[in-house]
Design a protein around this ligand. Sequence first.
Ligand code: ADP
Ligand code: MG
Length: 143
Amino acid sequence: MAIEKTLSIIKPDGVRRNIVGKILGRFEENNLNIVATKMIHMTISEAEGFYAVHSDRPFFGELTRFMSSGPVLVSILEGENSVSQHREIMGSTNPAEAKEGTIRREYAESLGENTVHGSDSVENAAVEIAYFFSKTEIVNSAS
Ligand code: ADP
Ligand code: MG
């Protein structure tokens, strides 16, 4: 199986509720290694840039206001099939539809404020990682 990197964000609701450690623990328990991490507070234009693919969607304003409403923890997670593995651990976008035991099922309060972001493909992961991290910030990688 392929060793991949994925971009993970603990969204402002997760940081605000002091569950960063619990969420990172889920990743570690599932053999996703943290190879970079930092806390940042995005401006609205940084959030708009990150979510540019959704700029035509009706929830774009709500999403970018939320993502810039407080600090987030951005991390790069590395492991076997980390992109799909991380999405499995997160659960469905809508917490009401997320499987039992997933982060969104356990912690997310609404469809918008759903606690975590994860890349949806290896290609998008590379773009999202480059949006937040320089190469020198990746320090614990096997590759
Ligand atoms: P995911 O984060 O699971 O990849 P999407 O890429 O479809 O989901 O959407 C990005 C984010 O936009 C979601 O995680 C959620 O915070 C927000 N979002 C998606 N759909 C809606 C919606 N219908 N109403 C409000 N916010 C939404
Ligand atoms: Mg997405």
